[in-house]
Design a protein around this ligand. Structure first.
Ligand code: G6P
Length: 609
């Protein structure tokens, strides 16, 4: 999600703003920018992609002596990730600069009114109304603080805002409503930020702004005002007990466990601003520039490696069922050597957490000359894949540090579901139910995470086995493949994922009391069929762990080792099942004493073919 940082005072604020933006990178973003004032003159620099690129741009210009500035990492919601849409936004004469997190719900209305009054808008964002609105009130002889408050009173939605004005080059003005904003109190330098990690290196003394509060922050002073009650508020600084490394890992013993527990937040981050249940809208800013081309797509080829490939398989089921477009998923290392025909109506979707996987990059390069539309589902902003594709949707899962991918899988499946919904153009009967259900998934995931101890006990019981079979049908099948991969990566135990319906065609021969099966039989029209496979396994003495939906009573006839997941639609089950399987593999790895965050022989980013 978007991030805000601001600095006033000291020798030069530019490098502090860049450092602050870098520490906000983990939130996910697709463009960044800063505005600084130097001797009443403002300089506004913006860049699509990584903060590092913005930093290079700032190095080239003469910003070194600015004493006040604001910065922002933007995660596109209204309008594509472009320099024009990136923050800070300004009024026409370049005196007011604003950065904003959140959504201004009535921006279209405000924009219409201001346009009638002669204001011109250059971006597609909701944020741009704010500097123009402030400008509007400044013209009626208000001082900046007045104009700022008047503008705030016109806005509805959620916001954390920071603004600067060339005529008051000693003050940063901030405000919040339902979006975090804090003020860091330093010595001869004060800071504002949406997140403590942006300022923790400079001060531990902070003032948390509350809803309907605005503040004027100068080098020496912080004045807080409640603009709803029209009353000044005495600021109460608190001490921040915040160790950056600890903040990243929290109380978790491993990054892997932390990242598995990030799943509910990951879904929120991957859907914020994109899925709008109230208005029934799915809006993917990253695909807006190719909207026209997407109308003519009659075939989709998904390419990826590892866990991203399995997320792609879930995506295949989703896009075909929801959008009705035929999809084929290929392992990138195979795809690049195949000789298959392409038409101009084909879209290639490359899925990659890192955006740097060599085989996936080679797959994209292969279709370069075919006129194929190249799309990316990528987590790392500004990575190679995000640059060589025509358009794409970022996962916004934040940095994934553990080698084995978990939260990226959750984010990728969420984004693929969003793409399926967006391609269906509202025509699928699943459109509305899925929009509503996705909003429920984070809460349902919490109930799964609460079963971590129970899953650990099961892992203990099964840690003596050296072979595992994971089986499922429908959406549970790609989950079975992902569960088996996670167990292999983390524990080095032999595991295979199989479609449950294929048991009789081979795998059943392996089953005996030393070969357990992990069965995914979550509620669907196929559950009964999967359960008949379970009875075949039981008849051959194979131990069984089952993941089923709450309320399933028949599973007890086959095994007592059951993990229940909350009821959900079949299409959203992979998000819940994936987390169960990730937890099981994690606990097995810990019990077996493996290096969970850094499994042997594996790399996080495989940049060689
Ligand atoms: C490596 C990682 C896996 C990941 C795969 C694809 O094998 O260890 O966790 O799934 O690469 O990586 P990508 O960055 O393209 O998603």
């Amino acid at each position: 999600m978007c991030g805000i940082v601001g600095v006033v005072g000291g020798k030069s604020v530019t490098s502090l703003l860049i450092d602050g933006l870098k520490s906000l990178e983990y939130r996910g973003y697709d463009s960044a920018g800063i505005a600084v004032i130097n001797n009443s003159e403002a300089i506004n620099i913006k860049q699509v992609g990584q903060v590092e690129l913005l930093e290079r741009k700032t190095n080239e210009s003469s910003l070194s002596v600015a004493k006040i500035g604001i910065g922002h990492t933007r995660w596109a919601t209204h309008g594509e990730p472009t320099i024009t849409n990136a923050h800070p936004h300004s009024n026409a004469d370049g005196t007011v600069f604003v950065v904003h997190n959140g959504i201004i719900e009535n921006y279209k209305e405000i924009r219409r009114i201001l346009e009638k009054d002669g204001y011109t808008f250059i971006s597609q964002t909701d944020t741009e109304v704010i500097p123009h609105l402030i400008d509007y009130y400044l013209k009626s002889n208000s001082d900046f603080k007045d104009a700022f408050i008047k503008a705030l009173n016109d806005l509805s939605g959620s916001y954390a805002i920071a603004a600067i004005y060339t005529k008051t080059p000693d003050s940063i003005y901030v405000a919040r409503l339902s979006s975090p904003l804090l003020i860091g109190v330093g010595k001869d330098q004060n800071y504002v930020a949406s997140d403590a990690s942006a300022i923790i290196n400079h001060t531990q003394k902070v003032i948390y702004l509350k809803d309907y509060e605005m503040a004027t922050v100068t080098t020496k002073k912080v004045q807080v005002h409640n603009f709803k009650r029209k009353a000044d508020v005495k600021p109460e600084p608190e001490s921040l007990d915040f160790d950056l490394e600890k903040a990243r890992l929290g109380d978790f013993p491993h990054y892997l466990l932390k990242e598995i527990f990030d799943a509910p937040e990951t879904i929120k981050l991957a859907s914020a601003g994109r899925i709008r249940p109230k208005s029934n809208i799915v809006k993917l800013a990253g695909l807006e520039s190719v909207q026209e081309q997407l109308k003519y797509i009659d075939r989709i080829v998904i390419v990826a490696c590892g866990t991203s490939y399995y997320a792609g398989l879930v995506g295949e089921y989703l896009i075909e069922e929801i959008a009705g477009i035929p999809v084929e998923v290929q392992v990138a290392s195979e795809f690049k050597y195949r000789n298959e025909p392409f038409s101009k109506n084909t879209a290639l979707i490359a899925i990659s957490q890192s955006g740097e996987t060599a085989d996936t990059i080679a797959a994209i390069n292969k279709v370069q000359d075919y006129g194929v539309l190249k799309l990316g589902v990528v987590n790392v902003v500004g990575s190679t894949i995000s640059r060589i594709t025509d358009a794409g949707v970022y996962c916004h899962a934040g940095p994934e540090l553990s080698v084995a991918s978990t939260k990226a899988f959750i984010a990728q499946v969420t984004v693929l579901l969003e793409i399926a919904l967006s391609l269906s153009d509202g025509k699928s009967k699943l459109y509305k139910p899925l929009i509503n259900e996705l909003a429920e998934i984070p809460t349902k995931l919490i109930s799964i995470l609460n079963q971590s101890d129970k899953i650990e006990s099961l892992a203990k019981k099964y840690s003596k086995y050296r072979d595992f079979l994971y089986i499922g049908r429908g959406y549970a099948y790609p989950c079975a493949l992902e569960g088996a991969l996670k167990l292999k990566e983390l524990t080095y135990i032999h595991a295979e994922g199989y479609p449950a319906g294929e048991m009789k065609h081979g795998p059943l021969a392996m089953i005996d009391s030393n070969f357990p099966s992990f069965v995914i039989a979550t509620g669907s029209s196929l559950t009964e069929k999967t359960l008949s496979n379970v009875s075949e396994i039981k008849a051959r003495g194979g131990p069984i762990i089952a993941v089923v939906s709450e309320g399933n009573k028949s599973i007890k006839n086959y095994t007592g080792d059951v993990i229940y997941i909350p009821k959900t639609l079949e299409q959203t089950q992979p998000l819940l099942v994936g987390t169960v399987l990730h937890l099981f593999a994690y606990h097995m790895a810990v019990i077996l004493g493996k290096n969970v965050d850094r499994p042997r022989n594996l790399a996080k980013s495989v940049t060689v073919e």
